[in-house]
Design a protein around this ligand. Structure first.
Ligand SMILES: [Zn+2]
Length: 87
């Protein structure tokens, strides 16, 4: 992490906290949630600011995961939620 100062929430004027949160991406009715991602989080409302490096890494994975999700939707599968993890 190369951040030199703690960001401040513009709305609440509070120092954000570096802590794990859930990254959520929505596109075309499909959502991909990535838990336990560290970000700067506002203690007032939980709004998270993800670093550009984190977004760059996650967006690659999200793009790939959207493909099987779209195919599942085309099959009108009754299974609508999938949890994938890497150890
Ligand atoms: Zn805030």
């Amino acid at each position: 992490m190369t951040t030199t100062s703690i960001p401040i929430c513009n709305e609440h004027r509070t120092l954000k906290e570096w802590q794990p949160t859930t990254f959520e991406y929505r596109e075309d009715g499909i959502s991909v949630r990535v838990p336990n991602v560290h970000a700067w989080v506002c203690p007032e409302d939980g709004e998270a600011s993800f670093t550009p490096q984190t977004v760059d890494e996650i967006i690659i994975i999200v793009r790939e995961l959207l493909e099987p999700a779209k195919r599942a939707r085309e099959r009108r599968s009754a299974l609508t939620e999938y949890i994938v993890s890497v150890s």
